[in-house]
Write a protein that binds this ligand. Structure first.
Ligand SMILES: *Cc1c(COP(=O)(O)O)cnc(C)c1O
Ligand SMILES: *[C@@H]1O[C@H](CO)[C@@H](O)[C@H](O)[C@H]1NC(C)=O
Length: 548
């Protein structure tokens, strides 16, 4: 019960508040006029419960109407727009180059002509000869994907047709917006996400990862303002792009050791989670040894604690789904697991498109909002951008779209089948060479070779291999040689195994001393316990090597 006294008090307080409000209104009106009144009223309204909700609803409605109008301008009828379009997935069977070319012709007919002089931003054109040269240079320096000559030609064709278009403004080039949303949709479906999964196309795995980390940092800032030292938990094998993200965005990574199978230790992982943890991280597969972290177990921690969980499938995202369909044992690693809130997958690796293409996917649009950057105060106009890049190259977007559609599910499956066969041939062969072994039990088309004989100097083996013309990928903790397998490795598999056998025998027999090469640098640095010194050497190296 509230006494009459209390009621009187409330009335008095209300009276005082209203009086203060009126006085401030009058004084603001005197000094600033009507805009001042609007400002003060807004400040007052903001204190009312439910106000933010009303604003959110208003913003949503206005934006929806605006976007709808834009799409109508894009040639779609009202009726078409009412219907939710069917979700775009990878075609079951790859679509022929001829049909895709026809689609491109249609798109080209409708799109704004960048050389017609009607647009005033985003595109910088030059004469055709210059562009022809640029295309030739691009063709010369684009690696073969290994799928087929025809596939590569089609990817280049789409790249060149869109190479001067800019996805910075999603309204100027509707075809780029369509390509991007369809690519994201195809990837989400491939990784078993439902209709709610959204994402962005980025310039590569690193940008995808930078965006995921920034998203979770900003989400924590909003939802858990008490966290002043945000942390992420990650296996020591997590890709350095996460270390870069932590460095750029001022978060700390708590590193968790791996077990003998090269997967992160779940108990230690659990112990590393604190009240400051803003994201959990793991890989499917990790790059170093090609094994899938215990994603299911970490997803359970995520569900239990409500902490978001990013699965880095930059490497495995375009391989594991097909390897699994082929019947090989693959631990669950994708959106089928409730705790997984985001994933990254690189199109420019096993997606077989040209360099500069990756996706970052989120379980729902609510999470992705934290990724988007907005700045409404620029004299040049309202600015918004979904990812790190401002200008985003249309060529790569078109090339990625056509690579996915041309290959289709059957194309990816076929590639995975033959690559797994080559991988098995190579790992079986390596295991038979006295002194060598394969680390862990790789889930897909890559592996790491190590010494099974403790007296074998593996770095010396790498040196001898280089004298035979091979390029070796040296790894540390433990010393190993990394191999990522592609179609071109089939024809050289026997030669590779013979050369490894010969090099290993020579080193074991003491026929070669370690050669002066990258290995000696690696060997020396591995012995320095102070990583700050090692980092100084790396910085010095990069500073030198990028001199003309
Ligand atoms: C390649 C890779 C990345 C980084 O991708 P980039 O495209 O090189 O930036 C991240 N994670 C894993 C597991 C990778 O293999
Ligand atoms: C980085 O984070 C730490 C807390 O972990 C904080 O003390 C520091 O001020 C931050 N630096 C910047 C530049 O924000």
């Amino acid at each position: 019960m509230i006494s009459v006294d209390a009621m009187e008090w409330f009335a008095l307080i209300e009276h005082v508040i209203l009086t203060v409000f009126m006085i401030s209104l009058v004084s603001v009106f005197v000094s600033e006029g009507w805009p001042g009144i609007a400002r003060i009223t807004l400040i007052f309204l903001k204190t009312l419960p439910g106000f933010q909700h009303t604003v959110d609803m208003f913003v949503k409605r206005e934006v929806n109407d605006f976007v709808k109008q834009l799409r109508e301008e894009g040639g779609k009828s009202k009726k078409e727009l009412e219907k939710t379009p069917p979700r775009v997935t990878l075609p079951e069977k790859g679509i022929s180059a001829d049909i895709l070319r026809e689609e491109m012709t249609k798109i080209n007919k409708n799109k704004i002509k960048t050389d017609a002089g009607k647009i005033f931003a985003l595109v910088y054109t030059m004469d055709d000869d210059n562009f022809k040269l640029q295309k030739d240079a691009y063709d010369m320096f684009t690696q073969k994907s290994g799928v087929s000559v025809k596939h590569d030609a089609l990817v280049k064709e789409f790249h060149h047709a869109f190479m001067h278009e800019n996805a910075l403004n999603p309204m100027m080039f509707p075809s780029l917006r369509r390509f991007e949303t369809e690519i994201v949709s195809m990837c989400a479906d491939m990784l078993n996400g439902d209709e709610k999964v959204v994402g962005s196309l980025t310039s590569g795995g690193t940008e995808s990862i930078l965006m995921a980390v920034k998203t979770y940092r900003d989400r924590a800032r909003k939802l858990y303002p008490d966290i002043v030292h945000p942390e992420m938990v990650a296996p020591i094998t997590i890709h350095p792009a996460f270390e870069k993200a932590a460095h750029y965005f001022n978060l700390t990574i708590v590193h968790v050791p791996i077990d003998d199978d090269f997967r992160v230790n779940v108990d230690k992982y659990k112990q590393a989670v604190t009240k400051n943890t803003v994201a959990l991280l793991a890989s499917a597969t990790q790059y170093c040894h090609g094994v899938v972290d215990p994603i299911e177990e970490i997803a359970a921690i995520a569900t239990e604690t409500g902490i978001p969980f990013h699965v880095d499938a930059c490497f495995g995202g375009f391989m594991l789904p097909w390897v699994e369909k082929l019947g090989y044992p693959v631990p669950k690693f994708d959106f089928r697991l409730d705790g997984v809130t985001s994933m990254s997958a690189d199109l420019h690796k096993y997606g077989y498109t040209s360099k500069g293409s990756s996706v970052v996917l989120y379980r729902n649009a609510e999470i992705r909002k934290y990724q988007i950057f907005a700045y409404g105060g620029w004299p040049g106009g309202l600015f918004g951008s979904p990812s790190m890049a401002g200008t985003r190259p249309g060529g790569n977007i078109a090339a990625s779209w056509v690579a996915l559609r041309h290959l289709g599910k059957d194309g990816y499956l076929k590639m995975a089948k033959s690559l797994m066969k080559i991988t098995k041939k190579l790992t079986d062969g390596i295991k038979k060479i006295p002194g060598l072994k394969i680390l862990g039990d790789p889930s897909m088309t890559c592996f790491a070779i190590a010494a099974s004989d403790p007296s074998l100097d593996l770095l010396a083996v790498a040196d001898v291999m280089e004298t035979k013309g091979w390029k070796m990928e040296r790894q540390q903790f433990p010393t190993s040689i990394h191999c990522t397998i592609l179609p071109q490795h089939l024809s050289i598999a026997d030669q590779l195994l013979a050369d490894f056998a010969d090099a290993t025998k020579k080193v074991l027999n003491g026929e070669v001393k370690s050669l002066p090469s990258a290995s000696s640098m690696y060997g020396m640095l591995a012995k320095i316990p102070d990583k700050a010194i090692v980092n100084d050497v790396i910085v010095e190296f990069f500073s030198e090597i990028y001199k003309q």
